[in-house]
Design a protein around this ligand. Structure first.
Ligand code: NAD
Length: 496
């Protein structure tokens, strides 16, 4: 048993006095206690951040870069420790936890090139003797609010770039798996980051609302479910903040008749059941086009049935538990409801028991087909190990089905045809597209973001868009007349 607290001004800090259990999803047992912050804790963190940011925002770019390089090395040295706590609190496999740390570090690596990314533009003689240049400045204090499913990677989408651009950053991690962020806070300190530049406030709705409304915070980055993303966007924007709020998803993978079906099924199984389907870039819907349907069902059934379900700490495990007993019940209930509505259960994960882990949140992979188009298992984000296979007759119907979803996070097409692949990337209303790639999560030096109900705000996360999100631009026009020079001034608008 351990305690997880807030991290303010370079040390652990008590919060409201309220605590919450941290539970291992593989055993159902409490492993730790989270000490929650409140509105007063947020205020303390903001006051500290404001003071720290004054110097940090003026620090040299090379100093910032050197601290980020040290942080990268420390993260690599502590990968096993961080992956261990992620597996214990989230449930995912150790290999998957290490994978998310590595993907998070891509963003930190991108942030080390801030010396390039903060270069402004310069034009000499925009008018005779007049020059123009631009410069980007930090916003001040910015906040990040993150979901349970990537306790390391998603915060890393935010803080390295926010810090590299000269801001102070306050993180509110998910209350389900908060420990990784506490380790990151200590490592930033060890890397030489001044106290107060990176802080953590633990909590739930009260802390989120306090961050969204605090006048001392200039911008909020959010990643989580669509209803909360919309709430955060509207609340933070109403108090004049810049907001990027990434929401939920219901990603479709289209399987064309000319696809390599075995390859597509293996890739879609990894997208649907990896991390028990708890990824915003998971693939919960496969759309089979034409006569590929039966062959695909056979292949995906074989893939699903060979999944080893077990605790994330067991190297033999392919698919870990889901996050809570409620998440498990939801998958089982929705499978029941789909069956009652006429769906065919091709693979049934409902009865699964993992020996020795009877109190864990385990459910096996579920594959459904013949699901009515208006049924919740197709229209909602289930966020569990469930794949719904929808059948259409041709490419245009597949495109229409994908584009009718209110979500637009990610999608994939499996095909051997460059013609259809190209049409798909042109015509699909989705932010991130994979061509024969099931989880098209952009690398850290590109930006990540969906369309429609998958993102509220103008900016995507990490990469070049994050540099713009965390900075404001100034355009400066300069003239240096000699003190003896006589320059005529005109009352009309300057036309150069
Ligand atoms: P969530 O929306 O429940 O929680 C996200 C954050 O919001 C957490 O920090 C939580 O404490 C806070 N929160 C929860 N309820 C709140 C409320 N009523 N008011 C204010 N704040 C509240 O999401 P989750 O269950 O932690 O994560 C899963 C969701 O996140 C899925 O919908 C998934 O698709 C989405 N997600 C999206 C992306 C993306 O890039 N688009 C990435 C990862 C996860």
């Amino acid at each position: 048993m351990y305690d997880v607290k807030n991290w303010i001004a370079g040390q652990e800090a008590d919060g409201s006095g309220t605590t919450q259990e941290i539970v291992d999803p593989a055993t159902g047992q409490q492993v730790g206690t989270l000490h929650l912050g409140d509105t007063a804790t947020v205020d303390r963190a903001v006051q500290t951040a404001r003071e720290a940011q004054k110097d940090w925002g003026l620090s040299s770019l090379s100093k910032r870069t050197q601290i980020l390089y040290r942080m990268r090395q420390l993260m690599i040295e502590h990968t096993d420790e961080i992956a261990g706590v992620i597996t214990r609190e989230h449930g995912k496999t150790i290999a998957d936890a290490k994978g998310e740390i590595a993907r998070g570090l891509e963003t930190l690596e991108f942030a080390t090139s801030i010396t390039q990314d903060l270069k402004g533009e310069f034009s000499a003689n925009v008018s005779t003797g007049v020059d123009a240049h631009t410069m980007r400045q930090p916003l001040g204090v910015v906040a990040g609010i993150t979901p349970f499913n990537f306790p390391a990677m998603v915060p890393f989408w935010m803080h390295p770039i926010a810090i590299a651009t000269g801001n102070a950053f306050i993180l509110k991690p998910s209350e389900r798996d908060p420990s990784a962020s506490s380790i990151v806070a200590r490592l930033y300190q060890e890397a030489g980051l001044p106290d107060g530049v990176f802080q953590v406030v633990q909590g739930g709705k009260e802390v989120v609302d306090a961050l969204c409304t605090h006048q001392g915070i200039s911008a909020v980055s959010f990643v989580g479910s669509t209803p909360i993303a919309k709430h955060v966007h509207d609340t933070a924007a109403a108090t004049g903040k810049r907001v990027q709020a990434l929401g939920g998803a219901n990603n479709h993978a289209v399987v064309m008749p000319d696809a390599n079906v075995e390859f597509a099924a293996a890739q879609i199984a990894s997208g649907a059941f990896g991390s028990a389907g708890e990824r915003c870039m998971a693939v919960p819907v496969a759309v089979t086009v034409g006569d590929v349907h039966e062959k695909f069902l056979e292949a995906i059934k074989a893939e699903a049935e060979k999944m080893v379900v077990g605790p994330g700490s067991d190297p033999a495990t392919d698919m870990p538990p889901v996050i809570t007993p409620d998440a498990r019940e939801r998958v089982i209930r929705m499978t029941d409801e789909a069956e009652q509505a006429g769906a065919t259960v091709v693979v049934d994960g409902r009865g699964l028991v993992v020996e020795g882990h009877e109190n864990g949140n385990f459910v096996g992979p579920v594959v459904l087909t013949d699901v009515p188009r208006d049924h919740d298992t197709y229209t909602q984000e289930v966020f569990g190990p469930m794949l719904v296979v929808m059948r259409v007759d041709n490419f245009d119907e597949a495109l229409e089905l994908v584009n009718s979803s209110p979500f637009g996070n990610g999608t994939a097409i499996f095909t051997g045809s460059g013609h259809y692949a190209r049409r798909y990337q042109e015509e699909v209303q989705v932010g991130m597209i994979g061509i024969n790639v099931p989880i098209p999560t952009p690398v850290g030096y590109y930006s990540f973001g969906g369309w429609k109900d998958s993102l509220f705000g103008e900016y995507h996360a990490h990469g070049p868009e994050a540099v713009r999100f965390y900075t404001r631009q100034k355009a400066v026009t300069t003239r240096w007349p000699h003190q003896d020079e006589h320059l005529e001034s005109s009352m009309s608008f300057p036309t150069h």
